[in-house]
Design a protein around this ligand. Structure first.
Ligand SMILES: CC(C)(COP(=O)(O)OP(=O)(O)OC[C@H]1O[C@@H](n2cnc3c(N)ncnc32)[C@H](O)[C@@H]1OP(=O)(O)O)[C@@H](O)C(=O)NCCC(=O)NCCS
Length: 217
């Protein structure tokens, strides 16, 4: 683990207990990031699908692993108190299965977060995507006092849209993005803190929050 005085997110750990295997999210975890890179190499989506506006997965497995490593380390290297991205390595029952990000720009003023995520193909469809998003929303709203979370997904990504709707996000208009040289519609979504607070609680244990609060204050 990185030393907490140098990387204040290193001790942050989110745990969602679940009878089919706890979901655990950590950041600043090099061993986890290396395992995550191997998960990316094994495949994130079908060849005829592209869930990402930036098609970083459209390459051979070794390159996909390298891009994963570079992206994760970029977040470690470039955070500031106002602009940051926490890329969590997600484990299900102790096995690295994917990643969940929580990101903000001008957080001290706007108190808004956005999220992004992927799971290895073999790990999808077991409810992990919903639990890991719930974990970072809990961190954002209850730990960091965010007022709003935003997300978006291509209209042809029903799993991502289902995760957002299940967690209480409301549709917030559409916009057209360029995806692999073609215009594709995305659904924008937003979740207000009050809507999150009114929902049934997902039990999330948060460890290592104090250094994070101090760093982002
Ligand atoms: C999007 C993703 C993170 C969701 O995680 P997941 O663990 O597969 O999703 P869950 O098992 O928690 O399922 C969430 C919901 O999606 C639904 N769902 C999953 N796959 C679906 C599909 N192909 N069509 C319709 N609904 C689907 C599930 O039924 C569930 O709905 P419910 O809660 O109402 O029953 C994961 O599928 C993934 O990594 N996909 C590839 C990368 C990606 O799309 N990233 C997001 C980019 S915006």
């Amino acid at each position: 683990m990185l030393p907490v005085d140098l990387h204040p997110f290193a001790a942050l750990r989110l745990t969602v207990p679940h009878p089919e295997g706890d979901v655990e999210l950590r950041t600043g975890d090099l061993e986890g990031v290396l395992a995550l890179s191997r998960v990316a190499a094994a495949g994130v989506h079908a060849d005829d699908a592209m869930p990402f506006a930036n098609p970083w997965t459209d390459c051979d497995p070794v390159e996909r692993a390298r891009r994963t490593l570079q992206w994760q380390l970029l977040g470690w290297a470039t955070w500031t108190p106002q602009d940051w991205r926490l890329d969590f390595v997600v484990r299900r029952a102790g096995v690295v299965v994917g990643t969940q990000s929580l990101e903000a720009r001008d957080f001290r003023v706007l108190r808004e977060v956005t999220t992004g995520s992927w799971l290895g193909r073999e790990h999808q469809g077991r409810g992990t995507g919903t639990l890991m998003r719930a974990a970072v929303l809990h961190l954002a709203f209850e730990g960091l006092r965010a007022v709003r979370a935003r997300s978006d997904a291509f209209l042809d990504n029903p799993a991502s849209l289902a995760v957002s709707h299940r967690l209480g996000y409301r549709d917030d208009g559409r916009r057209t993005l360029v995806r692999q040289d073609a215009p594709v519609e995305t659904q924008r979504l937003r979740l207000e803190a009050a809507d999150w607070a009114a929902r049934p609680r997902v039990p999330v244990h948060v460890d290592g929050l104090d250094p994070v609060l101090a760093a982002l204050a």
